[in-house]
Design a protein. Structure first.
Length: 289
């Protein structure tokens, strides 16, 4: 029998579990815990957010053990990295026996790139809850990687759903990417792209095989955002394909995606289900450096 691995990604919006044999992803599960809720206003993780997120991490670690995983890895991103009390969260997870690796922003961009990379010159965009990474490279390696302090939960905390405010914040922040190398294909990883495809295809049941490789035009991304925006918050559960826990962050995230596409001059974006979890495992297994 070969080795079996679990990778737990502790994001600003969600905690995700990936099971893998080191070459093939065997399955993924997600739980939205909103770790970064209120972070952009207070600079700290709330006690409630720490507790519910740590519980989700512990549950996924138990699940990995039940699935007979030989190794369980856990890593955290921008919410823990930027919070004044990030160490408190790491210590809380350690009490449950889970060691959390806090990734630097540059590493986050790199791991997302190598997780999603499929050949040629590619740009990989990862819109998270508290940060958004952009990476560009080819089979020889990464040429560019940058993480900005903007994401779906941060936008919601600062702008609500004020369209003009979201566009203004997104446009001014995205400029910080500076001179981005040229690329042939733009790829989206993370929950924003997959949620938009799920709504676009009106998926009653989320289907990874229909999401992976799906292409959205710049115009369609904005159209979906404005369609969702037009529905009152308490009625959004009726939107087919929209996960209830993303109903209040998806509009801002989609408009941020539009601003990035405009900044890069990209007319379309391809959604990938392979992401920084695959990239992190490649790093741990010595397949990338």
């Amino acid at each position: 029998m070969g080795m079996k691995y679990a990778v737990i990604d502790i994001g600003s919006n969600s905690v995700r579990l990936m099971l893998s044999d080191g070459a093939v992803t065997l399955g993924k599960r997600i739980e939205s815990t909103r770790l970064s809720e209120g972070l952009s206003l207070s600079g700290a993780l709330s006690a409630d957010a720490i507790e519910r997120t740590a519980r989700a991490v512990a549950n996924f670690a138990k699940e990995a053990t039940a699935e007979r995983c030989d190794v369980v890895y856990a890593f955290a991103t921008e919410a823990v990295r930027s919070a004044s009390n990030g160490a408190e969260f790491v210590a809380r997870c350690a009490r449950d026996g889970v060691k959390v690796d806090v990734l630097p922003g540059g590493d986050e961009a790199k791991l997302g790139f190598w997780g999603a990379y499929s050949g040629g010159r590619q740009a990989v965009l990862d819109i998270g809850g508290a940060s958004t990474e952009l990476a560009v490279g080819d089979e020889c390696g990464l040429e560019y990687g940058k993480s900005l302090h903007i994401g779906s939960v941060r936008i919601r905390d600062l702008c609500g759903e004020d369209i003009a405010a979201i566009k203004s914040l997104a446009a001014s922040t995205v400029k910080q990417y500076g001179a981005v190398p040229t690329f042939d294909k733009l790829i989206s990883i993370g929950g924003t792209g997959s949620t938009l495809v799920s709504v676009d295809k009106a998926m009653k049941v989320y289907d990874t095989t229909r999401v992976h490789g799906a292409v959205l035009t710049r115009a369609r991304v904005e159209e979906i955002a404005m369609q969702i925006h037009s529905v009152p918050m308490d009625e959004r559960e009726k939107i087919v394909g929209l996960p209830p826990k993303r109903k209040d962050v998806v509009v801002g995230a989609a408009l941020l995606m539009c601003e990035v596409m405009d900044f890069l001059g990209a007319k379309e974006i391809t959604v990938s289900e392979s992401d920084n979890q695959e990239g992190y495992l490649k790093l741990k297994l010595g397949q990338i450096s």
